[in-house]
Ligand binder design. Structure first.
Ligand SMILES: NC(=O)c1ccc[n+]([C@@H]2O[C@H](COP(=O)([O-])OP(=O)(O)OC[C@H]3O[C@@H](n4cnc5c(N)ncnc54)[C@H](O)[C@@H]3O)[C@@H](O)[C@H]2O)c1
Ligand SMILES: O=C(O)C(=O)CC1(C(=O)O)C=CC(O)C=C1
Length: 750
């Protein structure tokens, strides 16, 4: 549509060319009005008319190319406008509206950019007696401490938000035009209710301005003011930049948004009083709590902001990883802790009494969601370094009600850990999610929570968002027999059993010891094994220091590479293997792999150095039971089969949950394209070993598939490129450095 006019060409007032948004009049040609005008004019989207009570501004507007023509509030101009934007200070808008009223046409979209919305709507009502359908309020969330037309910046709105606050009677076509015009100058448009807007902005914008103005004024009029300003450095400058903003505009804002500003000011004053008390009483712990929470909240906010401003382009950029054949891997490494373990240890440490220091923790990606949720509920988490945190646990029942719903975004891991913990607290809380976690039934998890006795209410049957509330019968013992081998559900069941008043019981579906039990025991959880079940007795978790072992799946993948590549000699120094990994590596040994598994430690895990070297592997038959046990490792087993001598067979793939079968099907395609004979019939998989060709493969964004495909290319006849590896690099972000250390030739390209 760019370049075509959506509106009629107007006589007299209209210049030569047609423009997409026709004739636009800005009333109040200052910094915001001027920026908006110039943004449209520079893009050739409209013919711009300016009105201002200061003629000088209009002359400057024309001479600096901000507007095309000066104008006035007369029939001649107003009747021919397609869009009119009110950009004066908010309290001046009422008189402008009164002047406009007799001149206005219904077809003209009238909007404003005022920082408050309730007061503007009230002004419209006072002038017109109602809010006309063509008046739709707006507010760009972008600005500066400058004012006047000379401060116009045509890029001001790019990658910023523009809030529109339509009313029930707003004309939908004009609302659509308002959205388009803001998008055209680079803004992201969001709709909001007027009252909500005023409360949110009172906190995010109005209160900070009030504090900055007041601070500067208080210091300037206080003792030693000369020296205070003389020696003020970055901190003072950063905090007070906005005290240079226009006094008229801000006087109007505070007069117009009185109630919401007072509410947020009262909340802030209470918190400031708490801080004063903490300083007076030398209460370092309270100060430390506020400061760490504030720092993490601001860091989190900056990351979100960065994502808004630069992230979108980066996010969609596909990443591929290529592997050169016939390399070898040699050397000693330590791997960063497992992500899933990192989520779990944060949860357990937060619920423990005392401080825990967790080293070798992976703090990237979704782990931050779990961390933020606990911080929102009062847990102090210090980030001592990029892979070390100190968590000041608050005990099983010590969390504080969060002020807003807990958002787990798209993290299933965070959800399964947080919900049972929240269901054990004495406050109500709502948990929301995003993207793929919405519209998915969570009945397995919700039925666990219901066993705990509180109420579990979701709008859509067993889907998120969900509200958990305690009730009188909260003291219920959890007794659950799991029907799936899901690690997330197992941990959720353990956590819910911990909140049992007398004794909780969980019977996992699979025998063997997992990291969940080991971690809980490390933190002093009172649990005993009876047959295949774990019984949990009441007690407290106790903070402890832990060094997390390296990611198991990455360790097993590296063992596979070493097994496939002649001349390899690999040593992983910080392995910590549970019984499934132990069984898997034992299985590899049984088909000829040259692996030394670390010994069984007191913890129940196989801890220490894991070694592997090259060996020719033989073909194998995997029963349906083994296929279920090794369901996570199946993609790696397909790679083993592709290189093994002879025919391998995996039974019962068709009986696995669909996502495991899907991974195998994706590998069947990959094997096919790499000229390895492979058939999948009646749920069983047959693979004839050989030497795969190289090629271009697609892992469909699945990190485990990506690793398997890179394994497939490790010794293939030519280069193998695996596409869609963004998730892989998120989960295994030290892939390139590990490969470099071990001499494995793989490279990442965007
Ligand atoms: N400054 C910001 O960062 C920012 C950000 C978003 C929204 N806003 C809102 O935008 C509006 C304009 O702010 P600004 O920063 O551009 O201020 P500004 O002082 O730069 O511009 C306001 C202009 O309005 C003119 N004006 C005042 N009364 C008038 C009247 N009765 N008739 C015609 N013109 C009149 C002034 O002469 C001035 O040129 C305000 O409502 C403000 O709340 C400001
Ligand atoms: O960046 C600044 O200087 C601003 O003050 C911009 C700011 C804000 O507080 O964020 C100011 C007022 C608004 O209505 C919208 C944006």
């Amino acid at each position: 549509m760019t370049g075509e006019s959506e509106f009629q060409v107007l006589a007299n007032v209209t210049p030569q060319e047609n423009k997409k948004f026709g004739n636009v009049m800005i009333i109040g040609l200052g910094m915001i009005g001027g920026s908006f005008a110039k943004a449209l004019k520079d893009r050739g989207l409209a013919t711009l008319y300016g009105v201002d009570r200061r003629e000088g501004e209009l002359a400057l507007g024309v001479s600096t190319g901000v507007i095309d023509y000066p104008a006035e509030l007369s029939q001649e101009y107003v009747s021919k406008m397609d869009v009119i934007v009110l950009a004066t200070p908010v309290r001046a808008m009422e008189s402008v509206l009164a002047d406009l009223k007799p001149l206005l046409q219904e077809k003209t979209l009238v909007t404003d950019v005022g920082s408050t919305k309730g007061s503007v709507v009230e002004s419209v009502r006072r002038v017109f007696g109602f809010v006309p359908a063509n008046f739709i309020p707006g507010h760009p969330i972008a600005g500066a401490e400058k004012s006047g037309v000379l401060a116009s910046n045509p890029q001001l709105f790019e990658k910023h938000m523009a809030i529109v606050t339509p009313l029930p009677d707003s004309d939908p076509l004009l609302l659509d035009r308002l959205h388009r015009i803001w998008r055209a100058v680079g803004a992201d448009v969001v709709s909001m209710d007027v009252d909500h807007h005023d409360h949110v902005l009172a906190s995010s914008s109005h209160l900070p301005h009030l504090l900055a103005f007041t601070l500067v004024d208080a210091l300037a009029s206080g003792e030693r003011s000369q020296d205070i300003f003389k020696f003020a450095a970055g901190g003072f400058r950063d905090f007070t930049r906005i005290a240079s903003s226009d006094p008229v505009m801000w006087r109007d804002v505070f007069m117009a948004n009185k109630d919401a500003t007072l509410a947020t000011l009262d909340h802030f004053t209470d918190r400031l009083a708490d801080m004063r008390a903490a300083i007076e009483q030398g209460d370092g712990a309270s100060m430390f709590g506020v400061f760490t929470r504030a720092k993490s909240a601001r860091d989190h906010f900056l990351r979100l902001l960065e994502l808004r401003t630069i992230g979108s382009a980066k996010e969609v950029r596909p990443v591929s990883v290529s592997v050169l054949p016939a390399s070898t891997i040699k050397g000693k490494i330590s791997l960063l802790g497992d992500k899933s373990l990192s989520h779990k240890v944060i949860t357990i440490a937060a619920l423990s009494v005392g401080v825990s220091e967790i080293k070798n923790i992976d703090l990237t990606g979704d782990v931050r969601i779990t961390m933020q949720a606990f911080r929102d509920m009062g847990v102090v988490i210090e980030e001592a370094s990029a892979d070390c945190v100190r968590i000041h646990g608050v005990g099983l029942y010590g969390l504080k009600a969060p002020i807003a719903p807990i958002n787990v975004h798209e993290s299933r891991e965070s959800l399964y850990l947080l919900l049972p913990v929240l269901a054990g607290q004495s406050f109500s809380v709502t948990v929301v999610a995003e993207g793929k976690l919405l519209n998915q039934s969570m009945s397995d998890l919700f039925s666990l929570l219901r066993q705990m006795g509180g109420s579990v209410v979701s709008e859509l049957a067993d889907c998120l968002p969900v509200t958990l509330s305690p009730n009188d019968s909260l003291n219920v013992n959890v007794d659950v027999e799991l029907k799936t081998g899901s690690g997330n559900l197992l941990m959720a069941a353990f956590l819910s059993a911990i909140y049992s008043p007398d004794e909780g019981r969980v019977k996992p579906m699979l025998p063997g010891l997992s990291h969940c039990e080991v971690l809980l025991q490390r933190f002093g959880q009172n649990m005993t094994k009876h047959g295949d079940s774990f019984n949990f007795s009441p007690g407290s978790l106790v903070g402890t220091d832990i060094v997390l072992s390296g990611d198991e799946y990455e360790a097993v993948w590296l063992v596979l590479l070493a097994s496939l590549l002649p001349g390899s000699d690999l040593m992983i120094e910080n392995a910590g293997l549970d019984s499934v990994s132990f069984d898997f590596l034992s299985f590899l040994k049984s088909i000829g792999a040259n692996v030394v598994i670390p010994p069984l430690a007191e913890s129940g895990l196989y801890e220490g150095v894991l070694q592997a070297g090259f060996a020719e592997l033989s073909s194998f038959v995997l029963s349906a039971g083994q296929a279920y046990q090794f369901r996570d490792e199946l993609p790696l087993l397909c790679v083993v089969a592709a290189y093994a001598k002879g025919d391998s067979r995996v039974e019962g793939v068709g009986d696995l949950p669909y996502y495991y079968e899907d991974r195998v099907l994706a590998l069947v395609d990959a094997l096919d394209s790499m000229k390895i004979s492979c058939t999948y019939e009646h749920g069983d998989l047959l693979i004839k070993g050989g030497f795969p060709q190289g090629g271009e493969l697609d892992c469909a964004g699945d990190d485990r598939l990506a690793l398997a495909m890179l394994g497939l290319g490790a010794r293939s006849k030519s280069i193998t490129k695996v596409n869609d590896c963004q998730k892989l690099l998120e989960e295994f972000n030290e892939l390139e450095s590990v490969a470099l250390q071990l001499g494995f030739h793989c490279s990442v390209a965007q």
